[in-house]
Design a binder for this molecule. Structure first.
Ligand code: GLU
Length: 289
């Protein structure tokens, strides 16, 4: 079976040099190995994703000389697949509704920090501080019936009791030089969100469901997602999904040393193209000469 690669941007802004690097690495690697390249549009964040950004993704990738298989998978068209996965996790007793608003969560964290530092996840966000998992069943039912919106969270401690000793095969490199067999540490993320209040899934859930359904064998993506792989491996194990190989790559940074953002116009592919840069120039700029 030829290896299957994917590039999975979110249409919430225009692509920049960092996306070009990731997309070109996937494309080159697929070509070198006789593999397939898929494109997946990760558009579950309905508030931030826009059709014009999706159109721009196709144009910019084609301009770079990248070819991908069609049809493209758009996550917003596959909510039933994510629902099915959620139901499976629910049946394992690992999912609970959490009703707090963002402001209430921030308040809870602040209150807990009165007793010392509250733990943060690998991205620097505070772990879920609430106690929704221990709400009495009657209270939970009352809140649901009264229409209070809720997110669905993973009971991380219970999940880690069901599967432990998880690892992944890292053929790229983590931010601290991790490579080879890496031990997953999903507990570092706390009770992650599986379905948001405003959308019936989450990044973690949809990415593992899609990678499995699309039979992706090799995941080439930025080191900013290295630690998220721990959560992905846990969900794969719980859902009985196959384990891909991971190849995390270094990030292209701005002149200020920071990660590029979609709002930084000086590194946007459209701006660079308008300024006269060629696809060959983009390759050279990201070190793929
Ligand atoms: N959609 C994610 C992003 O734009 C990438 C997902 C992945 O490669 O796992 O950063």
């Amino acid at each position: 079976m030829p290896p299957v690669f994917r590039f999975a941007p979110s249409p919430n802004g225009h692509l920049h040099l960092g996306h070009a690097y990731s997309a070109l690495l996937n494309f080159d690697r697929a070509r070198e190995t006789g593999g397939r390249l898929l494109l997946r549009i990760e558009d579950i964040d309905m508030a931030r994703c826009r059709p014009e950004y999706e159109t721009a993704i196709y144009e910019d990738l084609a301009w770079l000389g990248i070819a991908w298989e069609t049809p493209v998978r758009r996550q917003s068209e596959h909510l039933a697949d994510y629902r099915a996965a959620l139901e499976k996790l629910s049946a394992l007793g690992l999912v609970y509704p959490a009703f707090e608003s963002r402001a209430e969560i921030a308040k809870l964290v602040a209150a807990r920090e009165g007793d010392g530092p509250w733990p943060r996840d690998p991205d620097g966000a505070p772990l879920y501080p609430g106690d929704a998992n221990s709400l009495p069943a009657g209270e939970r039912a009352r809140l649901i019936a009264s229409g209070v919106p809720y997110a669905l969270r993973l009971d991380m401690a219970a999940a880690c009791r069901q599967v432990s000793g998880l690892t992944w095969n890292e053929q790229g490199e983590g931010p601290d030089g991790e490579r080879g067999l890496v031990a997953a540490r999903p507990e570092a993320w706390g009770d992650v969100i599986l379905a948001r209040k405003e959308t019936p899934t989450s990044y973690h859930l949809s990415v593992v469901v899609d990678d499995a359904l699309q039979e992706v064998s090799d995941i080439v993506r930025g080191q900013d997602l290295f630690h998220a792989t721990s959560v992905h491996r846990l969900l794969q194990a719980l859902l009985g999904l196959t384990e891909p190989i991971y190849r995390h790559h270094g990030l292209i940074r701005g002149t200020d040393g920071r990660k590029l953002s979609k709002s930084n116009r000086s590194t946007g592919l459209r701006e660079l193209r308008a300024a006269g840069m060629s696809p060959v120039g983009i390759r050279a700029t990201v070190g793929l000469g």
